[in-house]
Design a protein around this ligand. Structure first.
Ligand SMILES: Nc1ncnc2c1ncn2[C@@H]1O[C@H](COP(=O)(O)OP(=O)(O)O)[C@@H](O)[C@H]1O
Ligand SMILES: [Mg+2]
Length: 349
């Protein structure tokens, strides 16, 4: 067993009086792709930020490459962060930079002394960066969009630009927060294929938080189900299949998620609360045989009502192309908090 690349021990985090991460233990070893799933508000995003050393735990430690984040000075921390690539749930793109500049930014940050300025080495490096950006843009299906600014992009496009930026510098730790939220099925499959292909299998790890269980199943070797800040389940797909825990079954058993909603209304609810950008539209039919959903930016605050309405539902249609809609982030404060670096400082390190 190799030493873990990332190791969290006894991790807890409170916001005010609410404990949102509660005693989490997690080790990810070289070559692993770990999937984190759980209901909205379970603490997935907070856990990912703790693992990235972007927020400080109240209790416990996070070690990256054997270094305790808490014991590192700013330079040491920056050196560790150089080995991280993070796709944030809210994209965290720089709005004053073009798509090309956003994606190339991590490489710009890594220019060596002789590659800065106007010399031949600098020009060669600029050309190389431009070429890598162009290749990655083609891979995320956005060829030739270098000159656009983030405010000219749909939510789905921003997501793909953020993925390109997270992966451009061949990081050893790739952390993705909901990389396919709001994307259409074809693009989502391409994104997961890319996540698998860009996984640093020999040098590092990938951790992906997602609701897209069907696409995670073939890609992730190990899963963590987070519920109310605690690890409810940890194991591989076979262990998930064997589990008799209703919540585990709800998340991992696609037949429980896609049918039998009379028996497992929670399961259906979970699936749809998990596509958090979708909110109920219409749905007055009683008893409903089908419901229509549309991205609206509203959150699924209607929890109980949604659950009731979903009972007996057999088919769900999604109205309008989610790709053309900005994805609504979960009802969390995704803006940096006092102990959290700004997006700019996160990426520039
Ligand atoms: N910076 C913050 N300040 C206060 N509460 C927060 C903050 N970030 C997250 N939370 C709360 O922590 C809980 C877990 O959030 P999060 O990790 O975003 O959940 P999710 O599993 O949906 O990603 C939520 O109740 C959220 O409101
Ligand atoms: Mg989240």
């Amino acid at each position: 067993m190799t030493a873990p690349i990332l190791a969290a021990q006894g991790l807890s985090k409170c916001f005010g009086s609410r404990k949102v991460i509660d005693g989490v233990e997690l080790n990810a070893s070289r070559g692993e792709i770990v999937g984190i799933v759980g209901p909205g508000g379970a603490g997935k995003t907070v856990l990912l930020k703790l693992l990235a050393g972007l927020i400080t735990p109240d209790e416990g430690t996070v070690h990256a490459f054997g270094n305790d984040f808490a014991g590192l000075d700013a330079d040491q921390r920056a050196a560790v962060w150089e080995r991280f690539g993070v796709l944030f749930q809210n994209y965290a793109l720089f709005d004053f930079m073009t798509v090309g500049e956003n994606i190339g930014f991590p490489l710009e940050q890594r220019r060596r002394g002789d590659e800065v300025g106007k010399g031949a080495a600098a020009a060669a490096r600029s050309a190389e960066i431009a070429s890598r950006v162009a290749v990655r843009l083609r891979e995320v299906d956005l060829p030739g969009t270098q000159h656009l600014y983030p405010n000219e992009l749909s939510g789905g496009m921003k997501k793909r630009v953020a993925l390109a930026r997270a992966t451009i510098a061949d990081a050893d730790v790739l952390l993705y927060d909901d990389p396919t939220a709001g994307l259409d099925p074809v693009t989502s499959s391409k994104i997961f294929a890319l996540i698998e292909r860009l996984h640093p299998v020999r040098t590092g790890i990938t951790v992906v938080v997602s609701h897209d269980i069907d696409r995670m199943l073939p890609v992730c070797q190990r899963f963590i189900l987070l519920d109310k800040g605690r690890i409810r389940f940890e194991g591989d797909r076979a262990a998930a299949d064997r589990s008799t825990d209703k919540m585990v079954r709800t998340f991992f058993d696609s037949s429980a998620r896609l049918s039998g909603s009379d028996k497992t209304p929670i399961g259906v609810h979970r699936q749809f609360s998990s596509i958090e950008l979708l909110s109920l539209k219409g749905g007055r039919c009683s008893p409903p045989s089908s419901l229509e959903y549309a991205p609206s930016g509203a959150q699924s605050k209607q929890g109980g009502g949604l659950r009731r309405k979903l009972r007996g539902v057999r088919s769900i249609s999604i109205l309008s192309d989610p790709l053309s809609e900005p994805t609504a982030d979960e009802p969390t404060a995704d803006e940096p908090t006092a102990d959290e670096p700004t997006a700019a400082s996160r990426v520039s390190r």
